[in-house]
Write a protein that binds this ligand. Structure first.
Ligand code: UTP
Length: 282
């Protein structure tokens, strides 16, 4: 059993919303700028003080582990050719954190995937992150959640305020008291009609549950159980979660992350200007 600060990362899904790109390539390895979306998540977890990633895999997704493993031949080749920038990037990805891998034998839902991490995580506090959500915020969202957990000492849900007409894509939480952006959550209504939603505060995990997901164990089932067992707070985090699990979301993530990047920002502007010039863009 690990004794560090654990981050279970469910990555055993099929990625059907991004086919055919995800037929052979795990969706968590789709690049956003120069690194796989999963690496963005791991970097965020490390920045929030988590040191052990418990990645939940399914058969055929071992490439995920290879990305964080050492690659001595590649390193030797890069070194002998003087490709030091590439060498540093390769080394960095394998020094980021400690990794443990567990398997989910069948894609039986997000909650079931997180449960597979239990033999490693045990009963200690953990922070769960979804690798196809890229967090885009001044202070990383996971760090905001860890701070909130330190403050209230209970499980903390990530909440976002959404317009009422879009609340039925998510779950809406009932709130008993609020302290700034912290809200004590007493109940959750899954995918409510806008007029039935107890608040405009949404929980993102619900966007990942399928309608009529019979036979699956959804994360929301686990959250419902936690709500019954003691106080739970939610943090209305600052920033955005970008869903990279669809081509549209992935495009949006590129347009959000590239402009402020020292290399890719200018490259994007140049490509757009050239596109405009050649009439390829309206
Ligand atoms: P998603 O529902 O976004 O991913 O789950 P998915 O099931 O892979 O994608 P689609 O809907 O078919 O396109 C969020 C995260 O939970 C993992 C996925 O790998 C993804 O990273 N997941 C989902 C599991 O690990 N196991 C599951 O049974 C379901």
């Amino acid at each position: 059993m690990s004794s560090g600060h654990n981050a279970p990362i469910p990555a055993a899904g099929l990625g059907t919303r991004f086919l055919p790109a995800t037929k052979a390539l795990p969706e968590e390895l789709l690049p956003v700028l120069d690194r796989p979306v999963l690496q963005w998540g791991v970097e965020e977890a490390v920045a929030a003080g988590l040191d052990t990633m418990v990645v939940v895999l399914s058969r055929g997704k071992e490439l995920l582990a290879a990305h964080f493993d050492s690659a001595p031949e590649l390193e030797r080749t890069l070194e002998s050719r003087g490709k030091l920038v590439g060498l540093e990037a390769v080394r960095r990805s394998q020094r980021l954190a400690r990794f443990a891998y567990v398997y989910q034998p069948e894609p039986l839902g997000l909650g079931h995937a997180v449960l597979q991490a239990r033999p490693v995580v045990g009963d200690r506090a953990f922070a769960c992150l979804l690798p196809d959500d890229l967090s885009w915020a001044e202070r990383p969202i996971l760090a905001q959640l860890v701070d909130a957990h330190r403050e209230v000492g209970t499980p903390v849900l990530a909440l976002m305020r959404v317009p009422r007409e879009r609340i039925s894509r998510y779950g809406s939480v009932a709130v008993a008291e609020s302290r700034g952006r912290l809200h004590r959550v007493t109940a959750m209504v899954e995918k409510p009609a806008p007029e039935d939603a107890p608040s405009e505060l949404a929980i993102n995990a619900l966007e990942h549950t399928r309608p009529g997901a019979g036979g699956e164990i959804q994360l929301t089932d686990g959250i419902a159980a936690v709500l019954e067992s003691g106080p739970v707070w939610g943090l209305e985090f600052e920033g955005e979660l970008l869903d990279v699990g669809t081509p549209e979301g992935w495009l949006q993530a590129l347009l959000r992350t590239a402009p402020s990047h020292p290399t890719f920002g200018p490259a994007l502007r140049e490509a757009l200007e050239r596109g405009l010039h050649q009439g390829a863009l309206p």
